[in-house]
Design a protein around this ligand. Structure first.
Ligand code: AHM
Ligand code: MG
Length: 333
């Protein structure tokens, strides 16, 4: 089989569809290279002295792991000098990170969750990186947080890497979804799945059921109906998976279908969910829609939510279209 590298894929995609200009290609290649470096650090584990807590908290009040900070640094450093970006924003930083004046500036904005699934870092379970790319608004002078507050439908690219038994990179530039596998010996990304499509029908769901007592009625009804199995209204048995790494749960759903849910609940009624809109929900929603699935916050399409602030949270229902439509319809009743 002829091997297609990430670079070759990006060049050919541009030739065919004119949707990956040189700056965007550089951006994607630099992010992919950072994911390679992060994958290497993750793989070292205790041998690299990268496990454990860093003894600090991020802006959301979550304890930062050493690898959260290392991954964040790797992405910042790699993306500063290329001239393709105006600014970056990250789950691990309170404010935005404009490109320093000593480097040329480009027209893109990059957002990332440098290491998603932090609770799995120290226990050798799959974790990953999620990223989202926006265009800086026309006529922007010095970038500010406001320039990032664009709805997800405006993303020009999004992707995630999973650091698991294999390291994979899943990417969309708005023309389908493709998966690349890291060849660890060669150090290169090789195209291994073209045009991924989420199966429309599914028998698998993912939700943290320890929060069941806090769920609002639409979510409780939807999950109860699945749990009732073949003698209930759904007339089939469902299976459940919860990895607690969104990257790994979404990757499973892209490959064999299913629905992923992180709803808002009555624990903290003021919080619209746990996951972050700008660097978790939006990129995943873009990928899922490009793979034929759907993503809502229970009421509207995630990609249509107008962000009010950088670290905004959102409820998430994503995956196989018919399931997402069903749980969304329960919210309307
Ligand atoms: P993180 O970005 O701090 O790792 O948090 C996001 C993660 C998701 O990957 C995952 O779906 C969710 O948090 C798991 O949450 P919980 O521990 O409540 O099950
Ligand atoms: Mg995360």
């Amino acid at each position: 089989m002829k091997r297609v590298s990430l670079t070759q894929y990006l060049v050919e995609e541009q030739r065919l569809y004119n949707n990956i200009p040189a700056e965007l290609r550089l951006l994607i290649e630099v992010v992919a290279r950072s994911c390679k470096t992060i994958s290497h650090a993750v793989g070292k584990g205790a041998l690299g002295e990268v496990l454990g807590s860093a003894g600090s908290e991020n802006v959301q009040g979550e304890v930062q792991k050493k690898l959260d900070i290392i991954s964040n640094e790797m992405l910042l450093e790699a993306n500063e000098w290329g001239g393709h970006l105006a600014a970056m924003a990250s789950e691990e930083m309170e404010g935005i990170h404009p490109i320093p004046n000593r480097y040329p500036k480009g027209e893109y904005l990059l957002l990332f969750d440098p290491l998603d699934g932090s609770s799995n870092i120290d226990v050798n379970v799959s974790i990953g990186t999620i990223f989202s790319v926006l265009k800086a608004p026309d006529g922007m002078a010095e970038p500010t947080e406001k320039d990032f507050l664009q709805c997800g439908a405006k993303q020009v690219a999004a992707g995630y890497a999973v650091y698991g038994p294999q390291t994979v990179l899943v990417l969309t530039t708005g023309n389908g979804v493709n998966c690349f596998t890291l060849d660890r010996e060669m150090g290169s990304w090789v195209l291994t799945q073209r045009d991924m499509k989420i199966p429309a029908e599914t028998k698998e769901f993912a939700i943290n059921a320890s929060n069941a007592r806090h769920w609002y009625p639409p979510v409780k009804r939807y999950v109860d109906e699945m749990l009732a199995g073949e003698t209930g209204v759904r007339q089939k048995n469902f299976n459940m998976r919860w990895i607690a790494s969104m990257v790994a749960d979404v990757h499973r759903i892209l490959n064999r279908g299913g629905i992923f849910m992180y709803p808002a609940d009555a624990r903290e009624p003021d919080k619209p969910g746990k996951l972050r809109l700008m660097y978790e929900a939006n990129p995943m929603a873009f990928i899922v829609e490009q793979a034929g699935g759907a993503a809502t916050n229970g009421k509207q399409r995630i990609l249509d939510v107008q962000p009010q602030k950088l670290h905004e949270r959102v409820a998430v229902f994503l995956g196989s279209r018919s399931e997402v439509e069903r749980v969304t319809s329960y919210h309307a009743e």
